[in-house]
Design a protein around this ligand. Sequence first.
Ligand SMILES: [Zn+2]
Length: 202
Amino acid sequence: MDSNIKQEKCKFCGENVPSYNTIYLSSEKKLTCSCIKCYNKRLAEYSDTDFEHVEFEPIILKDTESVEHKFYFTVQHLGDRVGIESFEIKDGHPGGYEFSIIGDIDNEIFKLFGKLFERMRRALSRKHLQRSDTTNSWRISKGNVVRAKIDSNLESNDDYGHQPLIVIDGKEIKWDEFGRMLMTYEGFNFKLEIFDRSDEIP
Ligand SMILES: [Zn+2]
């Protein structure tokens, strides 16, 4: 286990688990920490579904520049569905590339995992940013398309809340920086389309 990943204690089984593998349950003013395994077990009992908790070991995938990305996984029972999340760890927390898939609870979990894995491989074989040597900054690469995740910049503190943080190719791009990248296209038009986090962006 990577040492910089924060550990938390599950109130149900008493085990120390990485914080990304926990869920906080709220009941009467207090929050209780549950590991996903205990949470899944309770939800399976509650919803009377035949569900066996699975844990996937981290895997390493390379991007187009042969940079290695280590992915962690969580599997969560969602009542009548099941979700698998995959993510990198940055500064002890999920960050960088993140993927999510939701499937039918009755479907084979390894099939769903296979679908997610293919989606991850496709995403890592795409590149939307390239480094500009002249300006020493990122710019949108030749395809003129950006697929990204909208995150929150917790370091920013504007009156109306946090600024967006755009995650492109697993890299965190600040809102201002993204704005500067768009200025290469001043006078052009563009289309912005939003997708659910568990959908693959075509
Ligand atoms: Zn537990």
